[in-house]
Design a protein around this ligand. Structure first.
Ligand code: SME
Length: 172
């Protein structure tokens, strides 16, 4: 349930330390997404919460698997590429390999798809339910090397919460 008065990581409350921020964000996100059966509403609020909670992002959002490509879902940031073939770009690579892909410098990643020229580093985490790939969570930053192993583990934690809420409802 959304409570605009509550101190949350997306309303400006920042616990000390990055791991603590992810712990609190995961917990608050779980509450925010609880009880809503609509996939668009759930993904939209998740993208907004993440975008406003994590510092130095210029894009945060989802691509969902539709056939053999990823299609843009709810996000925060500038308008983005709509369709990404599996295996292409950072998102398509994370989707095919079903593992997080952390890119410290997008200029050094062959095949990186530049949706926003401001993006300098990127972290993509797949959303997997059992054997099924739902899509990916994609974060972009205007800073080189914005993401590290703590961010990767933290975003995997967020992905687990998101999958728990989205898992049964994303139409494929
Ligand atoms: N850079 C991504 C494309 C999506 S945008 O960053 C929003 C990629 O290479 O897959």
């Amino acid at each position: 349930m959304h409570d605009p008065e509550k101190a949350t990581p997306w309303s400006g409350h920042r616990p000390v330390g990055k791991a603590a921020l992810y712990d609190e964000l995961a917990q608050e996100l779980d509450g925010l997404l609880a009880g809503e059966p609509d996939a668009v509403a759930t993904a939209a609020n998740a993208a907004a919460a993440i975008y406003h909670a994590l510092p130095a992002l210029n894009w945060a959002g989802f691509y969902f698997l539709r056939g053999d490509e990823l299609v843009l879902g709810p996000f925060q940031g500038r308008p983005a590429c709509v369709r990404i073939p599996l295996g292409k770009g950072v998102c398509g690579t994370a989707a095919v390999q079903r593992r997080p892909v952390l890119v410290a410098d997008v200029a050094a990643f062959p095949g990186h798809i530049a949706c926003d020229t401001a993006s300098r580093s990127e972290l993509v985490v797949p959303l997997v339910v059992g054997e099924a790939l739902l899509g990916v969570l994609d974060l972009d930053s205007p800073l080189v090397a914005r993401f590290d192993a703590v961010d990767q583990a933290g975003c995997e934690q967020l992905a687990t919460v998101i999958v728990r809420h989205l898992g049964g409802m994303v139409a494929r």
